[in-house]
Ligand binder design. Structure first.
Ligand code: CS2
Length: 442
């Protein structure tokens, strides 16, 4: 039996406490992977449980039909399992109404963005989904040639303008430095090239708040689905597994209405930068270092790598002595405590977070995770032994037998193979744009 609106749930499993069928969709979310389902959708479900209304989510997958096949036969329902050493908790999330596959249902996606009830278009399309060139500008050919976020958002906005509707809030929930401003700039590039009639309307009607999003969400495995089925008594193909911790810091700059997320733990602030920078350079920076150093030492999971007495001090140093000093902390933001909490989260033995999952797309992640920190220290004539070890481990990874899942995979492998690897990766005109000049050879 598949999970659906008719499934009787065991008393231990929290269910949506609102009338799902009566909710309008207020959010269109592009890139409905496991991360969105374990993070923003949970906060939105919490807000509706707390009495907010009409914030149903229409999910969009740009390419793969997998999530639509998982969730649509389940009326959009799925479970979130939170796992810690103390045990596991299961809950059913009701915020997602349905999932559209953009390549097949183009008009339905545009109509969803253009619906009068829609106020927010949020995004988790991963770093590479923004289609940036090494210099940060939009790859216009890729953006118009693929089912890209830009094509759908622009068509939806054009329909809103034509119908005399207000604009929307475009909410990037990806791990990019200054994600709101990056999305705004790239969207402007796209409109200037392909919809110049919309540019001024976009600027005056739409906003792109910055966000810091944080929750560790390993890819769901068949064993996870079997464990959920054993508790639920029904099969959930859309199950997601995550940790108890969750954080969302959002710049309070919305074009129109938004859920009362602040009532359910979301921090709405004037300036996200200190939180976002700390998260990218400390959490994500440590994660990528754990991935490449850990894989090089034969580990499979994050909790194994952080328990390795040769690796843990490298990661602690990276966070405390290399990344933390580069961050201009907000009042009350305690980076020492943050580093300690991150070490505990990485050590969670109940989460089998694969290092190879974090290792993917290194070319898209390394600039904001490592290179900004390295450049900061280089400007002060200081070295970063941990980050330099991480860079060397990445080069070793690129030369190894591991599968390289990265949009630049072939070029990276070729660059890393030669004696001038560091120069070809990070030097002038190298594959990775960076303000950092390599001083080591890998
Ligand atoms: C990870 C992130 O896969 C990765 O690259 O570093 O997905 C990380 O788990 C999240 O950003 C945590 O919030």
């Amino acid at each position: 039996m598949r999970l659906s609106a008719q499934t009787p749930l065991p008393p231990s499993v929290q269910a949506p406490g609102y009338d799902r069928a009566a909710q309008a969709a207020g959010i269109v979310h592009i890139g409905i992977g496991a991360f969105h389902r374990a993070h923003q959708a949970v906060y939105t479900d919490d807000a509706m449980n707390a009495g907010d209304r009409d914030w149903g989510i229409i999910g969009v997958s740009l390419r793969s039909a997998d999530v639509a096949a998982q969730l649509n036969p389940q009326n959009g329902l799925y479970t979130v399992s939170t796992r810690s050493a103390a045990g596991s908790e299961l809950r059913v999330i009701g915020a997602v109404q349905k999932v559209l596959v953009a390549g097949d249902e183009r008009q339905a996606v545009i109509d969803a963005i253009a619906a009068p009830t829609t106020h927010i278009v949020s995004l988790t399309v991963t770093e590479k989904g923004y289609l940036r060139r090494a210099n940060g500008s939009l790859d216009l050919a890729a953006a118009v040639g693929n089912p890209s976020l830009y094509r759908f958002v622009a068509a939806g906005l054009a329909a809103r303008k034509a119908a005399g509707l207000r604009g929307v809030t475009l909410l990037s929930c990806d791990n990019l430095a200054d994600n709101g401003a990056v999305l705004r700039g790239l969207m402007r590039d796209y409109l200037a090239a392909y919809h110049p009639d919309l540019s001024a309307w976009f600027d005056s009607e739409c906003t792109c708040p910055a966000t810091m999003i944080d929750r560790i969400v390993p890819a769901t495995t068949e064993a996870d689905r079997a464990a959920v089925e054993a508790t639920l008594g029904a099969r959930d193909e859309g199950a997601v597994v995550t940790e108890g911790f969750s954080q969302w810091v959002v710049e309070d700059d919305f074009a129109g209405p938004r859920p009362r997320w602040e009532a359910v733990g979301v921090e709405l602030v004037a300036d996200v930068a200190p939180y976002e920078t700390a998260k990218l350079r400390m959490l994500n920076g440590a994660h990528s270092a754990l991935a490449y150093i850990g894989l090089g030492c034969g580990h499979e999971f994050v909790h194994q790598a952080i328990a390795d007495p040769d690796i843990r001090p490298v990661i602690e140093r990276l966070m405390r002595e290399e990344a933390a000093p580069t961050i201009d902390a907000a009042p009350g933001q305690d980076l020492t405590a943050y580093a300690g909490n991150l070490l505990d989260r990485f050590a969670n033995p109940a989460l089998n977070h694969r290092l190879i999952q974090i290792a993917m797309d290194g070319s898209q992640k390394i600039p904001q995770r490592w290179l900004e920190t390295l450049a900061w220290h280089q400007a002060r004539e200081q070295r970063c032994p941990s980050l330099e070890a991480a860079i060397a481990a990445w080069a070793t990874f690129l030369r190894s037998d591991h599968p390289i899942d990265d949009p630049l995979a072939d070029k990276l492998r070729e660059a890393a193979a030669g004696p001038d690897a560091m120069e070809r990766l990070f030097g002038d005109g190298g594959l990775i744009a960076s303000g950092w000049r390599p001083e080591t050879s890998a």
